[in-house]
Design a binder for this molecule. Structure first.
Ligand code: FMN
Length: 275
């Protein structure tokens, strides 16, 4: 087993992890790991896994939606191929009354991701994506996405990006993050605040309280196994908390990014890699 940060390798194990979260009031988003797709056949398999996951969620009756990475659906092979897979996945989600979040990957995929979101939103309303506060362009993107009332997860950003496109200083990322949360909330659009940073979370809570923003307009999100104390505390305070639950055999990339974020995670990564 992959251990503390990954919910298991099978859909069944992932659903069990969601059940446990649901039991104490947390909801979930399931992500079938698999980023390194090089063939059309692998992309099709990944799309089928997304559909199986949506069906398993519906059959189990658990409270979870789906997160996915479009590079795993063949985005680097062809945009059209990826869009076809997205349409099948969204049709399945729609028939099950569920929602799909497109994770944001590195900067080279940012524009095409937003283009695809726009196109898909003409046919489906149950899809959203992610905006990264470390990118200079993100404020304008949020303003532009207001015309489709985009449902966005806002994050700091996890990839290594050059100073040409992203704030190099953490303080600037944090300040921009707080600003973007307020901007998207003020526009009246659904805002998922995905962070383990208590300073960011407290700032968002204060703003939400001051403005009287209704509870059906936002949620907090955290990664499976990280800051469980904070996850539970927010639930106790009455906030909606969604936990990102990765599962599957291809979890190496997931661990490597946790490591890149915080070198102190190295022992967890090593322990989990060789367990
Ligand atoms: N980072 C991305 O670049 N793209 C994503 O799609 C993305 N999704 C995330 C989903 C969740 C639920 C969380 C908690 C984080 C996600 N991140 C994503 C990672 C954040 O950008 C960030 O690297 C990480 O949360 C550490 O920052 P923090 O101190 O705000 O938690």
């Amino acid at each position: 087993g992959a251990g503390r940060f990954v919910a298991g390798e099978t859909i069944r194990q992932a659903i069990e992890a969601v059940r446990t979260l649901n039991a104490d009031g947390r909801i979930a988003t399931l992500d079938h790991l698999g980023e390194f797709v090089s063939s059309e056949a692998e992309a099709r398999e990944a799309a089928e896994m997304c559909i199986k996951t949506l069906e398993a969620i519906a059959e189990a009756g658990v409270n979870a939606n789906l997160s996915l990475k479009m590079t795993s659906l063949g985005l680097d092979i062809s945009k059209e191929l990826c869009m076809q897979h997205m349409r099948s996945i969204l049709a399945c989600a729609k028939s099950r009354g569920n929602f799909v979040r497109i994770d944001m990957e590195d900067y080279s995929h940012c524009q095409v991701t937003l283009d695809i979101l726009r196109e898909l939103r003409q046919e489906y309303d149950n899809v959203g994506t992610v905006i990264q506060a470390y990118l200079y362009r993100s404020e304008q993107d949020i303003r532009d996405l207001n015309d489709i009332r985009a449902n966005l997860r806002l994050v700091k950003g996890a990839y290594k990006e050059p100073a040409e496109v992203a704030f190099p200083d953490k303080a600037d990322v944090d300040a921009n993050y707080k600003k973007l949360i307020k901007l998207h909330l003020d526009n009246g659009n659904y805002t998922a605040i995905a962070s383990h940073d208590e300073q960011i979370i407290e700032d968002a809570k204060r703003y939400i309280r001051e403005r009287g923003i209704p509870g059906d307009r936002f949620e907090f999100q955290m990664l499976y196994g990280i800051r469980e104390d904070l996850q539970r505390r927010l639930v106790q305070e009455g906030y909606k908390v969604r936990v990102y639950v990765p599962y599957g055999v291809d979890w190496f990339g997931y661990f490597m990014r946790r490591l890149a974020e915080r070198p102190a995670n190295v022992w967890f990564v090593l322990k989990n890699l060789f367990k």
